[in-house]
Design a binder for this molecule. Structure first.
Ligand SMILES: C[S@@+](CC[C@H](N)C(=O)[O-])C[C@H]1O[C@@H](n2cnc3c(N)ncnc32)[C@H](O)[C@@H]1O
Length: 739
């Protein structure tokens, strides 16, 4: 929804045909055991050379950075005990070696490209290039912490393939298909043990704990977790175990493994006197998991038992604010706007408010979101924090716009490609689900088309994450977003952008994902940072299904509109789409002709030819059959608004009111009193919520003031603010946007 489809890029088409060819060639070799594998020395030299060159400055200006999604396959869901060992030399091309595993040791440092790569050996001294996809980015975790010389790991059900450059390699798409073997693991062969670097495998619980503490001191949190976990395998007193776990919980917090951090604090079985550290860490984990009510409870105990703990009071104040936001939907939007401007990425410290809505089955659109009580236009339905948000800065987006430097996520199987932050989104969601399985259900429940995901969520006590399921869910549920909708709105106001824009930044909002599309929608989404704000655009009765635009119906032909929905695999059946299907070809041609003539009449160098324009507008209006409040007349509002502006400038109040009233009518509104009569001005029924509405209502307000109709002016002002609030998400910035 408002994300960049890559199909319009020439590079994309070329890339896709190259990839498809590679895939075809590779398929033809399925089952072969390649005889031309590089020797160990040759493979090593090649890898090291490539590693060396990758460190040098390259001309990246015309590169497409792609993340290619291969044909989908399931993650391994068999317990390790049931898998048989395999050897590199027995691997067959283009096969997922189900029921087996490879035990590998890295003989090189890692190279980070789209995947993290390293050359691995097995016990028979054969080597293979390993590509680990969907790993954390370098800032979160250096590649050397994932794989480095001497790292021993186990690849479950390996997928051996011909790579893009014709070489052979192991491709791992599911993070859960790799097991890092820690020192002391009995699966590590004896001959590999002495070569393990700097690893002391034994020690007492106390000495290992101290090593863990030292690792924490050096910010080596992953190592610290290993040390503490080893310590917990040694004999220890109950008190020692508690301390080691508490320390490990800090390392888990630093690694953003909030589920594990919480569990290590003993939260689920807290006694009456947990330590201040345990309480604080539990509170921190709960905060990041969005469990604000429990977070407040824990912090209140901490505050009571350890009143001198200043940090606790600060966090308690924050947690209470989040809890209040979650309960009431009351936010400091002014603060949001200021923060979103400053933060990079613009991720706000805020809780989600899920308003009077519920998910229910619809007649023909799968599940949908419905209001549980009557609401008014402008009412807040959702203010949701992104489940995951990929920020692409304006500079990066501008570069991508000129298509000299493009990031793409390309799915060969579905032939879909996207530009922008979607590749980052995939990686970060996979990692987040892997680290915090408690967050998974809200995400995996989202619509994912016909893809059949595995139902196993954990194996051998470790989470199973299906990368292809994540990719499918992103595909159907991603929203493109600006840093703030107020910026997009100002651009429309200033005539810089008339159409809704696609965005490079994007995210997933799990509750908003249940909202289906309709061109005659009754809600709108707005963004501030990573918060999506959904408000009603018209009054709704309890039980009404909420809909918003996946793509705005404005400015595109009906056919082009339907093309856009192909991606989501549905045909829009709203009144606008039905009407356009029912419109005869001759009528459509007549509209096109009138529009062309209208353009000419408007672009006359001596000013608009009013007589001609009025006639043409009348003719255009007459091409529509169904009432405008049922089927908005999408071609009419824009030329009418030009007239409103003109009459406002000329201070022709009567004509200004008349044209503004017609703008509203063409958008599906029913209004009364938008004239010089004594009837009070009121919106009886709201129509399509477009950015230009604010301007329209403000022109009405000015016209009413000019004829001393102050009550009507006040109402027009109120409507302008309601429209603004719906379009931008809040109205605290109204007075600065419209000074
Ligand atoms: C973001 S999901 C919306 C929630 C989804 N209906 C569900 O069951 O979870 C997008 C998918 O919903 C369905 N959908 C959305 N709007 C629709 C519409 N107007 N008509 C038919 N199907 C629609 C399509 O299958 C689309 O791919």
């Amino acid at each position: 929804m408002n994300v960049h489809n890559a199909a319009d890029l020439e590079q994309y088409t070329q890339l896709m045909s190259r990839q498809r060819l590679t895939l075809q060639k590779a398929k033809a070799r399925q089952g072969q055991r390649p005889r031309d594998r590089r020797s160990r020395q040759d493979a090593y030299s090649k890898f090291m050379l490539s590693l060396m060159l990758s460190g040098r400055q390259r001309d990246d200006r015309h590169l497409i950075h792609t993340s290619l999604i291969p044909p989908s396959y399931h993650p391994c869901i068999a317990p390790l005990a049931e898998l048989r060992p395999a050897a590199i030399r027995d691997l067959q091309l283009e096969i997922h070696h189900r029921g087996t595993y490879l035990l590998l040791r890295s003989i090189t440092p890692p190279q980070r490209m789209t995947a993290i790569m390293a050359l691995m050996e097995d016990k028979k001294d054969d080597v293979v290039l390993l590509q680990l996809y969907q790993q954390e980015d370098e800032i979160s975790l250096e590649a050397t912490k994932i794989v480095n010389i001497g790292t021993i790991l186990l690849v479950k059900e390996p997928y051996f393939k011909v790579m893009g450059d014709g070489e052979y390699g192991l491709r791992v798409d599911h993070v859960s298909d790799v097991v890092h073997l820690k020192e002391g693991n009995t699966m590590i062969p004896d001959e590999w043990r002495p070569r393990l670097i700097e690893i002391e495998t034994t020690g007492t619980a106390e000495s290992l704990k101290l090593r863990g503490n030292a690792a924490v001191g050096e910010h080596r949190y992953r190592d610290a977790i290993t040390e503490y976990s080893n310590a917990l395998k040694q004999p220890a007193t109950a008190n020692q175990i508690e301390v080691i776990k508490r320390n490990r919980s800090l390392a888990y917090l630093k690694m953003k493994q909030f589920d594990a951090a919480l569990s290590d604090t003993g939260f689920s079985t807290f006694t009456s006197t947990p330590s201040d550290k345990a309480l604080f860490r539990a509170a921190e984990a709960l905060y990041y998991l969005g469990r604000y009510s429990e977070c407040c409870e824990v912090l209140e105990v901490l505050h009571t038992n350890f009143p001198e703990n200043k940090q606790a009071s600060e966090v308690l104040a924050r947690a209470r604010s989040r809890f209040l936001e979650q309960k009431t939907g009351k936010y400091n939007f002014k603060y949001f706007q200021a923060k979103a401007k400053k933060l990079q990425p613009p991720h706000l410290d805020a809780a989600s408010y899920i308003g009077p809505v519920e998910v229910k089955q619809t007649q023909s659109k799968g599940r949908g979101l419905f209001v549980t009580k009557a609401v008014k236009a402008g009412d807040l339905l959702l203010c949701e924090k992104a489940f995951s948000h990929a920020h692409v800065s304006d500079r990066a987006a501008d570069n991508a716009g000129s298509s000299s430097e493009v990031t793409m996520l390309v799915n060969i199987e579905t032939n879909q490609g996207f530009r922008g932050g979607q590749a980052d989104l995939l990686k970060s969601i996979v990692q987040s689900l892997y680290r915090n399985p408690s967050l998974a259900p809200a995400f995996t429940a989202l619509y994912h088309g016909p893809y059949e995901a595995v139902t196993t969520s954990a194996i051998d006590g470790e989470p199973v994450v299906d990368t292809f399921l994540v990719e499918r869910i992103i595909n159907f549920n991603v929203f493109g977003c600006p840093v703030s909708s107020v910026i997009s709105h100002k651009n429309v106001r200033d005539g810089k952008e008339m159409k809704e824009k696609a965005h490079h930044s994007c995210g997933i909002w799990t509750q908003a994902s249940y909202i289906n599309h309709s061109c005659t929608s009754n809600a709108r989404r707005a963004f501030i940072g990573d918060m999506m704000i959904v408000r009603a655009t018209r009054d709704m009765e309890s039980g009404t299904e909420i809909t918003f635009w996946y793509h705005s119906p404005l400015g595109a032909s009906a056919k082009a509109e339907q093309e856009k929905f192909k991606h989501w695999d549905f045909v829009c059946d709203c009144a606008i789409c039905q009407d356009s299907r029912d419109t005869k070809a001759a009528v459509a041609a007549e509209r096109e002709k009138v529009m062309k003539n209208l353009k000419r009449a408007y672009e006359n160098p001596l000013g608009i030819q009013m007589r001609k324009a009025n006639k043409l507008l009348e003719a255009l209006n007459n091409t529509y059959i169904r009432p405008a409040h049922e089927v908005p007349r999408l071609l009419l509002w824009d030329p009418l608004l030009v007239l409103v502006r003109m009459y406002a400038k000329q201070s022709d109040v009567v004509k200004c009111l008349d044209s503004a009233s017609k703008v509203l009518t063409s958008l599906g509104f029913i209004v009364v009193g938008a004239d010089t009569s004594t009837t009070s001005f009121a919106v009886v029924k709201w129509g399509l919520m477009i950015d230009q509405l604010v301007e329209t209502f403000l022109h009405l307000k000015a016209a009413f003031v000019a004829i001393d109709a102050y009550d009507d002016a006040a109402r027009a002002d109120e409507y302008a603010r309601t429209a603004y609030k719906t379009l931008v998400g809040e109205d605290t910035s109204f007075n600065t946007t419209y000074v």
